[in-house]
Design a protein around this ligand. Sequence first.
Ligand SMILES: *[C@@H]1O[C@H](CO)[C@@H](O)[C@H](O)[C@H]1NC(C)=O
Ligand SMILES: *[C@@H]1O[C@H](CO)[C@@H](O)[C@H](O)[C@H]1NC(C)=O
Ligand SMILES: *[C@@H]1O[C@H](CO)[C@@H](O)[C@H](O)[C@H]1NC(C)=O
Ligand SMILES: *[C@@H]1O[C@H](CO)[C@@H](O)[C@H](O)[C@H]1NC(C)=O
Ligand SMILES: *[C@@H]1O[C@H](CO)[C@@H](O)[C@H](O)[C@H]1NC(C)=O
Ligand SMILES: *[C@@H]1O[C@H](CO)[C@@H](O)[C@H](O)[C@H]1NC(C)=O
Ligand SMILES: *[C@@H]1O[C@H](CO)[C@@H](O)[C@H](O)[C@H]1NC(C)=O
Length: 396
Amino acid sequence: MAAFLFYLIMISNAILACSIRPPRQISEATEWSSTRKQLENDTCRTGNPVDDCWRCDPEWETNRKMLANCAIGFGRDAIGGRDGEVYVVTNSSDDPINPVPGTLRYGAIQDDPLWIIFEDDMIINLKEELVMNSYKTIDGRGHNVEISDGPCIGIYNVTNIIIHNIYIHDCIPCGNKTVRETPTHAGMRGASDGDGISIYASKDLWIDHCTLTSCNDGLIDAIFGSNYITISNNYFFNHNEVMLLGHSDDFVEDKDMQVTIAFNFFGHDLVQRMPRCRHGYFHIVNNIYTGWGKYAIGGSANPTINSQGNIFIASDDNFTKEVTKRENFAGDDEWKSWNWRSDEDIMLNGAFFTASGDTSPESYVKASSMVARPASLLNNTSSSAGALSCKIGQQC
Ligand SMILES: *[C@@H]1O[C@H](CO)[C@@H](O)[C@H](O)[C@H]1NC(C)=O
Ligand SMILES: *[C@@H]1O[C@H](CO)[C@@H](O)[C@H](O)[C@H]1NC(C)=O
Ligand SMILES: *[C@@H]1O[C@H](CO)[C@@H](O)[C@H](O)[C@H]1NC(C)=O
Ligand SMILES: *[C@@H]1O[C@H](CO)[C@@H](O)[C@H](O)[C@H]1NC(C)=O
Ligand SMILES: *[C@@H]1O[C@H](CO)[C@@H](O)[C@H](O)[C@H]1NC(C)=O
Ligand SMILES: *[C@@H]1O[C@H](CO)[C@@H](O)[C@H](O)[C@H]1NC(C)=O
Ligand SMILES: *[C@@H]1O[C@H](CO)[C@@H](O)[C@H](O)[C@H]1NC(C)=O
Protein backbone atom coordinates (compact mmCIF):
# COMPACT_ATOMS: atom_id res chain seq x y z
CA MET A 1 0.00 0.00 0.00
CA ALA A 2 2.79 2.41 0.95
CA ALA A 3 4.56 1.67 -2.31
CA PHE A 4 1.34 2.28 -4.21
CA LEU A 5 0.84 5.67 -2.55
CA PHE A 6 4.42 6.58 -3.29
CA TYR A 7 3.89 5.62 -6.93
CA LEU A 8 0.81 7.87 -7.13
CA ILE A 9 2.76 10.74 -5.59
CA MET A 10 5.52 10.23 -8.15
CA ILE A 11 2.97 10.35 -10.96
CA SER A 12 1.56 13.61 -9.62
CA ASN A 13 5.06 15.04 -9.45
CA ALA A 14 5.70 14.01 -13.03
CA ILE A 15 2.51 15.78 -14.08
CA LEU A 16 3.73 18.78 -12.15
CA ALA A 17 7.08 18.80 -13.87
CA CYS A 18 5.94 18.31 -17.45
CA SER A 19 2.88 20.46 -17.90
CA ILE A 20 2.81 23.75 -19.73
CA ARG A 21 1.26 26.86 -18.25
CA PRO A 22 -1.86 27.46 -20.30
CA PRO A 23 -3.12 30.81 -21.51
CA ARG A 24 -5.17 32.88 -19.13
CA GLN A 25 -8.45 32.16 -20.87
CA ILE A 26 -9.01 28.65 -19.74
CA SER A 27 -10.83 26.52 -22.23
CA GLU A 28 -9.84 23.05 -21.09
CA ALA A 29 -8.77 21.22 -17.98
CA THR A 30 -5.22 22.14 -17.12
CA GLU A 31 -2.42 20.33 -15.37
CA TRP A 32 -0.57 21.83 -12.47
CA SER A 33 1.60 24.78 -13.35
CA SER A 34 5.18 24.05 -14.33
CA THR A 35 6.94 27.39 -14.12
CA ARG A 36 7.75 26.57 -10.52
CA LYS A 37 11.39 25.88 -9.81
CA GLN A 38 12.21 22.23 -9.37
CA LEU A 39 13.32 21.77 -5.80
CA GLU A 40 16.15 19.39 -5.19
CA ASN A 41 14.89 17.73 -2.04
CA ASP A 42 12.07 15.58 -3.32
CA THR A 43 11.59 13.80 0.00
CA CYS A 44 10.02 16.97 1.34
CA ARG A 45 7.29 16.98 -1.27
CA THR A 46 3.76 16.17 -0.17
CA GLY A 47 1.88 16.28 -3.48
CA ASN A 48 0.32 19.64 -2.66
CA PRO A 49 1.47 21.61 -5.71
CA VAL A 50 1.51 24.99 -3.96
CA ASP A 51 3.45 23.80 -0.94
CA ASP A 52 5.84 21.67 -2.95
CA CYS A 53 6.73 24.78 -4.92
CA TRP A 54 8.26 26.68 -1.97
CA ARG A 55 8.09 24.98 1.44
CA CYS A 56 11.05 22.68 0.85
CA ASP A 57 13.33 25.62 0.22
CA PRO A 58 15.30 26.43 3.42
CA GLU A 59 16.04 29.81 1.82
CA TRP A 60 12.35 30.69 1.44
CA GLU A 61 13.01 33.92 3.35
CA THR A 62 15.50 35.24 0.81
CA ASN A 63 13.44 33.81 -2.04
CA ARG A 64 10.07 35.13 -0.82
CA LYS A 65 8.97 36.33 -4.23
CA MET A 66 9.24 32.78 -5.61
CA LEU A 67 5.84 32.32 -4.02
CA ALA A 68 4.31 34.38 -6.82
CA ASN A 69 5.15 31.51 -9.21
CA CYS A 70 3.45 28.93 -7.02
CA ALA A 71 -0.20 29.76 -7.51
CA ILE A 72 -2.56 27.21 -9.02
CA GLY A 73 -6.11 27.38 -10.31
CA PHE A 74 -8.03 30.27 -11.78
CA GLY A 75 -6.15 32.84 -9.69
CA ARG A 76 -2.75 31.62 -10.78
CA ASP A 77 -1.86 34.72 -12.78
CA ALA A 78 -1.96 36.87 -9.64
CA ILE A 79 1.58 38.20 -9.27
CA GLY A 80 0.93 40.45 -6.28
CA GLY A 81 3.90 42.69 -5.56
CA ARG A 82 6.42 40.43 -7.30
CA ASP A 83 7.80 43.18 -9.50
CA GLY A 84 8.10 45.75 -6.75
CA GLU A 85 10.22 46.40 -3.69
CA VAL A 86 9.94 44.68 -0.35
CA TYR A 87 8.15 46.83 2.22
CA VAL A 88 8.53 45.94 5.90
CA VAL A 89 5.70 46.64 8.33
CA THR A 90 7.31 47.87 11.55
CA ASN A 91 4.37 49.67 13.18
CA SER A 92 1.14 47.85 14.04
CA SER A 93 -0.92 51.01 14.53
CA ASP A 94 -3.41 52.43 12.05
CA ASP A 95 -4.41 55.86 10.84
CA PRO A 96 -7.07 55.45 8.12
CA ILE A 97 -6.70 58.95 6.65
CA ASN A 98 -2.99 59.72 6.99
CA PRO A 99 -1.20 56.38 7.42
CA VAL A 100 2.42 56.73 8.45
CA PRO A 101 5.33 54.91 6.76
CA GLY A 102 5.93 51.57 8.45
CA THR A 103 2.25 50.74 8.90
CA LEU A 104 0.42 48.07 6.92
CA ARG A 105 -2.01 50.62 5.51
CA TYR A 106 0.76 52.86 4.21
CA GLY A 107 2.12 49.93 2.17
CA ALA A 108 -1.27 48.65 1.02
CA ILE A 109 -2.40 51.92 -0.59
CA GLN A 110 0.73 52.69 -2.61
CA ASP A 111 0.42 52.89 -6.39
CA ASP A 112 3.65 50.95 -7.01
CA PRO A 113 3.82 47.17 -6.59
CA LEU A 114 5.02 46.13 -3.13
CA TRP A 115 5.83 42.83 -1.45
CA ILE A 116 4.72 43.54 2.10
CA ILE A 117 6.35 41.59 4.96
CA PHE A 118 6.47 42.03 8.75
CA GLU A 119 9.36 42.85 11.06
CA ASP A 120 8.00 40.89 13.98
CA ASP A 121 4.95 39.10 15.34
CA MET A 122 2.14 41.60 15.16
CA ILE A 123 -1.52 42.05 16.03
CA ILE A 124 -3.07 44.72 13.85
CA ASN A 125 -6.44 46.16 14.88
CA LEU A 126 -7.48 48.31 11.95
CA LYS A 127 -9.70 51.32 12.54
CA GLU A 128 -11.25 51.15 9.08
CA GLU A 129 -11.12 48.54 6.32
CA LEU A 130 -7.70 48.12 4.76
CA VAL A 131 -8.42 49.37 1.24
CA MET A 132 -5.92 47.59 -0.99
CA ASN A 133 -4.33 49.07 -4.09
CA SER A 134 -3.33 46.79 -7.01
CA TYR A 135 -0.15 44.66 -7.22
CA LYS A 136 0.38 43.94 -3.55
CA THR A 137 1.42 40.84 -1.65
CA ILE A 138 0.79 40.65 2.08
CA ASP A 139 3.20 37.92 3.19
CA GLY A 140 3.09 37.01 6.88
CA ARG A 141 5.58 34.13 6.67
CA GLY A 142 8.12 34.03 9.48
CA HIS A 143 5.91 35.77 12.03
CA ASN A 144 2.52 35.41 13.62
CA VAL A 145 0.56 38.19 12.03
CA GLU A 146 -3.05 38.78 13.03
CA ILE A 147 -5.55 41.20 11.59
CA SER A 148 -8.42 41.16 14.06
CA ASP A 149 -10.98 42.88 16.25
CA GLY A 150 -11.69 45.67 13.81
CA PRO A 151 -12.61 46.03 10.17
CA CYS A 152 -10.40 43.77 8.02
CA ILE A 153 -9.32 43.55 4.36
CA GLY A 154 -11.14 45.19 1.43
CA ILE A 155 -10.15 44.42 -2.18
CA TYR A 156 -12.17 46.82 -4.32
CA ASN A 157 -11.73 47.60 -8.02
CA VAL A 158 -8.16 46.28 -8.15
CA THR A 159 -6.08 43.42 -9.56
CA ASN A 160 -3.15 41.21 -8.59
CA ILE A 161 -3.37 40.68 -4.86
CA ILE A 162 -1.75 37.82 -2.93
CA ILE A 163 -2.58 37.36 0.74
CA HIS A 164 -0.52 34.74 2.49
CA ASN A 165 -0.04 33.43 6.02
CA ILE A 166 -2.23 35.86 7.96
CA TYR A 167 -4.59 35.00 10.82
CA ILE A 168 -7.78 36.99 10.25
CA HIS A 169 -10.47 36.91 12.92
CA ASP A 170 -13.24 38.76 14.73
CA CYS A 171 -13.69 41.26 11.91
CA ILE A 172 -16.43 43.81 12.51
CA PRO A 173 -18.47 46.24 10.36
CA CYS A 174 -17.37 49.83 10.02
CA GLY A 175 -17.25 52.43 7.26
CA ASN A 176 -19.29 55.52 6.49
CA LYS A 177 -16.02 57.30 7.08
CA THR A 178 -13.22 58.81 5.07
CA VAL A 179 -10.43 56.35 4.29
CA ARG A 180 -7.26 56.82 2.24
CA GLU A 181 -7.29 54.64 -0.88
CA THR A 182 -4.15 55.84 -2.68
CA PRO A 183 -1.34 58.25 -1.81
CA THR A 184 -3.27 61.03 -3.57
CA HIS A 185 -6.89 60.21 -2.71
CA ALA A 186 -8.91 59.71 0.46
CA GLY A 187 -12.61 59.15 -0.08
CA MET A 188 -15.81 58.48 1.77
CA ARG A 189 -16.35 54.71 2.15
CA GLY A 190 -19.76 53.19 2.55
CA ALA A 191 -20.54 50.92 5.47
CA SER A 192 -18.58 47.63 5.40
CA ASP A 193 -20.14 44.28 6.36
CA GLY A 194 -17.45 42.95 8.66
CA ASP A 195 -16.06 40.37 6.23
CA GLY A 196 -12.63 38.86 6.78
CA ILE A 197 -11.71 39.55 3.16
CA SER A 198 -14.22 41.48 1.07
CA ILE A 199 -13.67 41.32 -2.70
CA TYR A 200 -15.54 43.61 -5.08
CA ALA A 201 -14.99 44.04 -8.85
CA SER A 202 -11.44 42.69 -8.57
CA LYS A 203 -9.43 40.17 -10.58
CA ASP A 204 -6.37 37.91 -10.33
CA LEU A 205 -6.39 37.20 -6.63
CA TRP A 206 -4.82 34.46 -4.54
CA ILE A 207 -5.49 33.81 -0.86
CA ASP A 208 -3.27 31.03 0.50
CA HIS A 209 -2.42 29.64 3.93
CA CYS A 210 -4.55 32.04 5.92
CA THR A 211 -6.54 31.12 9.01
CA LEU A 212 -9.98 32.72 9.11
CA THR A 213 -12.63 32.62 11.83
CA SER A 214 -15.43 34.42 13.68
CA CYS A 215 -16.19 37.46 11.54
CA ASN A 216 -19.35 39.48 11.48
CA ASP A 217 -20.33 38.59 7.91
CA GLY A 218 -18.45 36.34 5.45
CA LEU A 219 -14.90 35.08 5.93
CA ILE A 220 -14.22 35.63 2.22
CA ASP A 221 -16.88 37.18 -0.03
CA ALA A 222 -16.26 37.89 -3.72
CA ILE A 223 -18.90 39.83 -5.63
CA PHE A 224 -19.72 42.31 -8.38
CA GLY A 225 -17.77 41.05 -11.38
CA SER A 226 -14.79 39.70 -9.43
CA ASN A 227 -12.93 36.96 -11.27
CA TYR A 228 -9.86 34.67 -11.56
CA ILE A 229 -9.57 33.82 -7.89
CA THR A 230 -7.84 30.99 -6.04
CA ILE A 231 -8.58 30.31 -2.38
CA SER A 232 -6.16 27.58 -1.27
CA ASN A 233 -4.65 25.97 1.83
CA ASN A 234 -6.74 28.04 4.21
CA TYR A 235 -8.09 26.88 7.55
CA PHE A 236 -11.63 27.97 8.34
CA PHE A 237 -13.38 27.28 11.64
CA ASN A 238 -16.15 28.51 13.94
CA HIS A 239 -18.18 30.67 11.61
CA ASN A 240 -21.64 30.81 10.06
CA GLU A 241 -21.49 32.11 6.46
CA VAL A 242 -18.04 31.14 5.22
CA MET A 243 -17.79 32.19 1.56
CA LEU A 244 -20.13 33.98 -0.83
CA LEU A 245 -19.13 33.93 -4.51
CA GLY A 246 -21.39 36.02 -6.75
CA HIS A 247 -23.21 39.25 -6.05
CA SER A 248 -26.93 38.55 -6.53
CA ASP A 249 -29.16 36.41 -8.70
CA ASP A 250 -29.88 39.43 -10.89
CA PHE A 251 -26.27 40.44 -11.37
CA VAL A 252 -25.59 38.44 -14.52
CA GLU A 253 -22.16 40.04 -15.01
CA ASP A 254 -20.95 37.33 -12.61
CA LYS A 255 -21.71 34.67 -15.22
CA ASP A 256 -18.03 34.48 -16.26
CA MET A 257 -16.73 34.20 -12.70
CA GLN A 258 -14.14 31.43 -12.24
CA VAL A 259 -12.97 30.52 -8.75
CA THR A 260 -10.79 27.65 -7.51
CA ILE A 261 -11.27 26.43 -3.93
CA ALA A 262 -8.42 23.96 -3.27
CA PHE A 263 -6.62 22.25 -0.39
CA ASN A 264 -8.59 24.10 2.27
CA PHE A 265 -9.48 22.60 5.62
CA PHE A 266 -13.03 23.31 6.74
CA GLY A 267 -12.77 22.68 10.48
CA HIS A 268 -15.11 22.66 13.44
CA ASP A 269 -18.29 24.69 13.93
CA LEU A 270 -18.87 25.92 10.40
CA VAL A 271 -22.49 26.26 9.37
CA GLN A 272 -22.91 27.04 5.65
CA ARG A 273 -21.55 28.64 2.43
CA MET A 274 -18.38 26.63 1.82
CA PRO A 275 -18.99 28.22 -0.64
CA ARG A 276 -22.38 29.62 -1.75
CA CYS A 277 -22.14 30.27 -5.51
CA ARG A 278 -23.98 32.24 -8.17
CA HIS A 279 -23.83 32.20 -11.99
CA GLY A 280 -20.16 31.32 -12.66
CA TYR A 281 -17.79 28.34 -12.64
CA PHE A 282 -16.49 26.89 -9.41
CA HIS A 283 -13.78 24.27 -9.10
CA ILE A 284 -13.88 22.81 -5.59
CA VAL A 285 -11.00 20.41 -5.37
CA ASN A 286 -9.03 18.44 -2.77
CA ASN A 287 -10.56 20.12 0.25
CA ILE A 288 -11.44 18.47 3.57
CA TYR A 289 -14.81 19.17 5.16
CA THR A 290 -15.29 18.06 8.76
CA GLY A 291 -19.01 18.59 9.23
CA TRP A 292 -21.38 21.45 8.50
CA GLY A 293 -24.30 22.84 10.44
CA LYS A 294 -26.59 23.43 7.42
CA TYR A 295 -24.79 22.58 4.19
CA ALA A 296 -21.31 22.74 2.65
CA ILE A 297 -21.75 23.71 -1.01
CA GLY A 298 -24.74 25.72 -2.16
CA GLY A 299 -25.91 28.16 -4.75
CA SER A 300 -28.50 29.81 -6.90
CA ALA A 301 -28.86 31.25 -10.41
CA ASN A 302 -27.37 28.30 -12.29
CA PRO A 303 -23.74 28.13 -11.12
CA THR A 304 -21.56 25.29 -12.47
CA ILE A 305 -20.01 23.33 -9.61
CA ASN A 306 -17.22 20.84 -10.19
CA SER A 307 -16.47 19.06 -6.93
CA GLN A 308 -13.46 16.76 -7.30
CA GLY A 309 -11.29 14.79 -4.93
CA ASN A 310 -12.67 16.26 -1.72
CA ILE A 311 -13.33 14.48 1.57
CA PHE A 312 -16.73 15.25 3.05
CA ILE A 313 -17.17 14.00 6.62
CA ALA A 314 -20.75 14.69 7.73
CA SER A 315 -21.51 15.47 11.36
CA ASP A 316 -23.41 12.94 13.47
CA ASP A 317 -26.64 14.94 13.11
CA ASN A 318 -28.97 12.91 10.90
CA PHE A 319 -30.39 16.03 9.32
CA THR A 320 -27.17 17.52 8.01
CA LYS A 321 -25.77 14.76 5.87
CA GLU A 322 -26.35 16.49 2.55
CA VAL A 323 -23.35 18.38 1.21
CA THR A 324 -25.38 20.44 -1.25
CA LYS A 325 -28.16 23.00 -1.09
CA ARG A 326 -30.01 24.85 -3.87
CA GLU A 327 -31.31 28.25 -2.92
CA ASN A 328 -34.14 28.02 -5.36
CA PHE A 329 -36.48 30.79 -4.49
CA ALA A 330 -39.02 30.02 -7.18
CA GLY A 331 -39.41 26.58 -5.62
CA ASP A 332 -39.55 24.84 -9.01
CA ASP A 333 -37.37 22.15 -10.54
CA GLU A 334 -35.27 24.55 -12.54
CA TRP A 335 -32.18 23.52 -10.55
CA LYS A 336 -32.28 20.05 -12.07
CA SER A 337 -30.57 21.47 -15.16
CA TRP A 338 -27.77 23.17 -13.21
CA ASN A 339 -24.44 21.41 -13.73
CA TRP A 340 -23.28 20.20 -10.33
CA ARG A 341 -21.16 17.07 -10.13
CA SER A 342 -19.22 15.16 -7.52
CA ASP A 343 -16.25 13.40 -9.10
CA GLU A 344 -14.12 11.04 -7.00
CA ASP A 345 -15.09 12.72 -3.74
CA ILE A 346 -14.94 10.58 -0.59
CA MET A 347 -18.18 10.66 1.42
CA LEU A 348 -17.92 9.70 5.08
CA ASN A 349 -20.36 9.30 7.98
CA GLY A 350 -23.37 9.36 5.66
CA ALA A 351 -22.46 12.47 3.68
CA PHE A 352 -24.12 12.71 0.26
CA PHE A 353 -23.97 15.09 -2.69
CA THR A 354 -27.05 15.73 -4.81
CA ALA A 355 -25.78 16.05 -8.37
CA SER A 356 -27.74 17.66 -11.17
CA GLY A 357 -27.49 18.56 -14.85
CA ASP A 358 -24.88 17.00 -17.05
CA THR A 359 -22.26 14.52 -15.93
CA SER A 360 -20.12 14.65 -19.04
CA PRO A 361 -16.65 16.21 -18.56
CA GLU A 362 -17.31 18.64 -21.46
CA SER A 363 -19.88 20.43 -19.33
CA TYR A 364 -17.24 21.15 -16.69
CA VAL A 365 -14.43 22.47 -18.87
CA LYS A 366 -14.85 26.05 -17.68
CA ALA A 367 -14.97 24.81 -14.09
CA SER A 368 -11.71 22.85 -14.39
CA SER A 369 -8.52 24.58 -13.35
CA MET A 370 -6.14 21.85 -12.21
CA VAL A 371 -5.86 18.08 -11.97
CA ALA A 372 -7.43 16.72 -8.79
CA ARG A 373 -5.36 14.37 -6.65
CA PRO A 374 -7.07 11.20 -5.48
CA ALA A 375 -8.94 12.17 -2.30
CA SER A 376 -7.50 9.07 -0.64
CA LEU A 377 -4.13 10.83 -0.59
CA LEU A 378 -5.45 13.70 1.52
CA ASN A 379 -4.76 13.25 5.21
CA ASN A 380 -8.07 13.72 6.94
CA THR A 381 -6.57 13.53 10.43
CA SER A 382 -3.94 16.23 10.04
CA SER A 383 -3.60 19.11 7.67
CA SER A 384 -1.09 21.86 7.14
CA ALA A 385 -3.77 24.32 6.03
CA GLY A 386 -3.96 27.78 7.55
CA ALA A 387 -1.23 30.15 8.68
CA LEU A 388 2.08 28.34 9.15
CA SER A 389 4.85 28.86 11.68
CA CYS A 390 7.78 29.13 9.30
CA LYS A 391 11.24 29.49 10.80
CA ILE A 392 13.78 31.56 8.96
CA GLY A 393 16.61 29.40 7.63
CA GLN A 394 14.58 26.18 7.70
CA GLN A 395 12.19 24.41 5.41
CA CYS A 396 8.74 25.60 6.32
C1 LIG B 1 15.68 16.81 2.68
O1 LIG B 1 14.53 16.87 3.52
C2 LIG B 1 14.60 16.01 4.65
C3 LIG B 1 13.26 16.05 5.38
O2 LIG B 1 12.84 17.37 5.63
C4 LIG B 1 15.79 16.46 5.52
O3 LIG B 1 15.88 15.59 6.61
C5 LIG B 1 17.08 16.43 4.70
O4 LIG B 1 18.13 16.94 5.46
C6 LIG B 1 16.93 17.26 3.43
N1 LIG B 1 18.11 17.11 2.59
C7 LIG B 1 18.71 18.14 2.01
C8 LIG B 1 19.88 17.82 1.15
O5 LIG B 1 18.31 19.29 2.15
C1 LIG C 1 3.34 54.27 14.64
O1 LIG C 1 2.34 54.98 13.94
C2 LIG C 1 1.62 55.91 14.76
C3 LIG C 1 0.51 56.49 13.89
O2 LIG C 1 -0.23 55.50 13.23
C4 LIG C 1 2.54 56.95 15.29
O3 LIG C 1 1.81 57.80 16.15
C5 LIG C 1 3.69 56.30 16.02
O4 LIG C 1 4.61 57.29 16.38
C6 LIG C 1 4.36 55.26 15.16
N1 LIG C 1 5.38 54.56 15.93
C7 LIG C 1 6.63 54.49 15.53
C8 LIG C 1 7.56 53.74 16.43
O5 LIG C 1 7.01 54.98 14.47
C1 LIG D 1 -15.24 51.13 -8.15
O1 LIG D 1 -15.01 51.97 -9.28
C2 LIG D 1 -16.18 52.61 -9.74
C3 LIG D 1 -15.85 53.32 -11.04
O2 LIG D 1 -14.65 54.03 -10.93
C4 LIG D 1 -16.68 53.57 -8.67
O3 LIG D 1 -17.84 54.22 -9.09
C5 LIG D 1 -16.98 52.78 -7.41
O4 LIG D 1 -17.34 53.65 -6.36
C6 LIG D 1 -15.78 51.95 -6.99
N1 LIG D 1 -16.22 51.08 -5.92
C7 LIG D 1 -15.51 50.84 -4.82
C8 LIG D 1 -16.16 49.98 -3.79
O5 LIG D 1 -14.38 51.26 -4.65
C1 LIG E 1 -23.11 58.28 8.07
O1 LIG E 1 -22.56 59.35 8.83
C2 LIG E 1 -23.38 60.52 8.85
C3 LIG E 1 -22.67 61.59 9.65
O2 LIG E 1 -21.29 61.42 9.62
C4 LIG E 1 -24.73 60.23 9.44
O3 LIG E 1 -25.55 61.35 9.36
C5 LIG E 1 -25.37 59.07 8.68
O4 LIG E 1 -26.57 58.68 9.30
C6 LIG E 1 -24.45 57.85 8.63
N1 LIG E 1 -25.03 56.82 7.81
C7 LIG E 1 -25.07 55.55 8.17
C8 LIG E 1 -25.71 54.61 7.19
O5 LIG E 1 -24.62 55.15 9.23
C1 LIG F 1 -30.05 8.61 13.01
O1 LIG F 1 -30.13 7.64 11.97
C2 LIG F 1 -29.75 6.33 12.41
C3 LIG F 1 -29.72 5.42 11.18
O2 LIG F 1 -30.82 5.64 10.38
C4 LIG F 1 -30.72 5.85 13.47
O3 LIG F 1 -30.34 4.57 13.94
C5 LIG F 1 -30.73 6.84 14.63
O4 LIG F 1 -31.71 6.47 15.58
C6 LIG F 1 -30.98 8.25 14.14
N1 LIG F 1 -30.81 9.18 15.24
C7 LIG F 1 -31.67 10.16 15.51
C8 LIG F 1 -31.35 11.03 16.68
O5 LIG F 1 -32.66 10.34 14.84
C1 LIG G 1 -10.13 9.15 6.57
O1 LIG G 1 -10.38 8.75 5.26
C2 LIG G 1 -10.39 7.35 5.07
C3 LIG G 1 -10.62 7.09 3.61
O2 LIG G 1 -9.62 7.71 2.87
C4 LIG G 1 -11.51 6.73 5.90
O3 LIG G 1 -11.47 5.33 5.78
C5 LIG G 1 -11.34 7.13 7.36
O4 LIG G 1 -12.45 6.69 8.08
C6 LIG G 1 -11.23 8.63 7.47
N1 LIG G 1 -10.98 9.00 8.83
C7 LIG G 1 -11.78 9.81 9.50
C8 LIG G 1 -11.35 10.12 10.89
O5 LIG G 1 -12.79 10.26 9.01
C1 LIG H 1 -1.82 11.72 8.77
O1 LIG H 1 -1.50 12.54 9.88
C2 LIG H 1 -1.31 11.82 11.08
C3 LIG H 1 -1.11 12.83 12.21
O2 LIG H 1 -0.11 13.74 11.91
C4 LIG H 1 -0.11 10.89 10.89
O3 LIG H 1 0.07 10.12 12.07
C5 LIG H 1 -0.37 9.96 9.72
O4 LIG H 1 0.78 9.18 9.47
C6 LIG H 1 -0.70 10.73 8.46
N1 LIG H 1 -1.08 9.82 7.40
C7 LIG H 1 -0.61 9.91 6.14
C8 LIG H 1 -1.15 8.91 5.17
O5 LIG H 1 0.20 10.76 5.79
